[in-house]
Write a protein that binds this ligand. Structure first.
Ligand SMILES: [Zn+2]
Length: 340
């Protein structure tokens, strides 16, 4: 559930794990479909919600795949990219997120309507610039390469991200870790690193601690998406700490996708108590019907973290953000330094 409890909402926040494709408002999907004559299961928001949101723990993977097909089909033009990005930034501002990183997979998101990647990025950048000035926030961009799109797509995405290095800070290897072994992706991802981009990788979400171990050794990532199953092997926890790798944790997402059996069993607090640099994020705020306030609420009210613990996670996110130092510094001084 979206949460706007002042206890969480008033905290100036950082979010570093959020997918643009999972953040499209239902009403926006309907508006775009009407304008472009696209077929939808329903043109009424309450009804369509049932097809594009996950409210209960997943039992039916096909339903989610169908939902993502609708999102992909909704991204019809660079102007739509601008609109959905703007609306996401607006939703960030509503919950007092001051430092934010948005990520998207160009080869997946722009594939449905064969959009020009550069023009689509320009749409995103227009939304970003407007949001940064209107909401006084700093925004970073991460390009995702989806494992399911194959090795060639990874090469193309990395080369594109390198070309747009002045706007894109990092690359992320995401999607189906169980189905697609890492081997084919190591070379292009290391190329991104050599070119000065930061690297984050989705691992240990629905895969065991050994996957996190292998990922760290193969890619030397700066951060890890999820990584929660590292809790199952202290050797892996120690490695994460030793390398000072930040985990981008998304508690509600992990529950809904069955990565943890119950929300109470989520290892966020355990990892925190063990000294891992964890952060708290929303992953896909529209699909999963959550927001960072709600994730903070879960951390505090369900998992038993203190508000001080949560402040440390917020600070971890700020410090490990890939956004350029100058922009971060300005936001830090204005919003994050405690006022005496
Ligand atoms: Zn993710």
């Amino acid at each position: 559930m979206k949460n706007f409890d002042p206890k969480y909402n008033e905290i100036p926040k950082t979010e570093i794990h959020c997918h643009l494709e999972g953040a499209i408002r239902t009403q926006t999907i309907i508006d775009i479909a009407k304008k472009n004559n696209l077929k939808l299961p329903s043109y009424e928001a309450g009804e369509l919600d049932k097809r594009v949101k996950v409210f209960d723990q997943l039992r039916d993977l096909q339903a989610v795949l169908d939902a993502f097909a609708i999102f992909q089909n909704s991204i019809t033009s660079p102007a739509v990219v601008e609109r959905i990005a703007w609306e996401l930034f607006e939703d960030c501002a509503r919950q007092n997120i001051k430092l934010f990183e948005v990520r998207f997979s160009p080869d997946w998101a722009f594939h449905g309507h064969n959009l020009n990647w550069d023009e689509s990025l320009e749409g995103l950048l227009r939304a970003k610039e407007r949001a940064e000035s209107e909401f006084d926030m700093a925004i970073g961009i991460i390009a995702i390469t989806s494992r399911g799109m194959g090795a060639e797509s990874c090469v193309k995405t990395v080369d594109w991200a390198i070309r747009h290095k002045q706007h894109i800070q990092a690359v992320d290897l995401a999607d189906g870790e169980l189905l697609y072994p890492m081997g084919n992706f190591v070379k292009p991802m290391l190329k991104a690193k050599d070119a000065g981009l930061k690297v984050t990788i989705h691992t240990g979400e629905d895969t065991p601690a050994s996957a996190v171990w292998d990922t760290i050794h193969a890619f030397q990532p700066d951060r890890i998406g999820h990584g929660i199953h590292s809790i199952e092997d202290m050797k892996v926890v120690d490695l994460i700490k030793e390398r000072n790798i930040t985990l981008e944790v998304n508690p509600w997402s992990n529950y809904l996708t069955n990565s943890v059996r119950t929300i109470e069993e989520h290892p966020l607090k355990k990892l925190f108590d063990l000294g891992v640099r964890v952060t708290i994020n929303s992953d896909d705020p529209e699909v999963l019907e959550t927001n960072v306030n709600n994730e903070y609420r879960i951390a505090h009210e369900v998992l038993g973290m203190s508000m001080e613990d949560i402040a440390v996670c917020n600070r971890n996110a700020f410090e490990s953000s890939f956004v350029a130092d100058a922009a971060k510094q300005r936001i830090w001084e204005k919003y994050f330094v405690p006022k005496s």
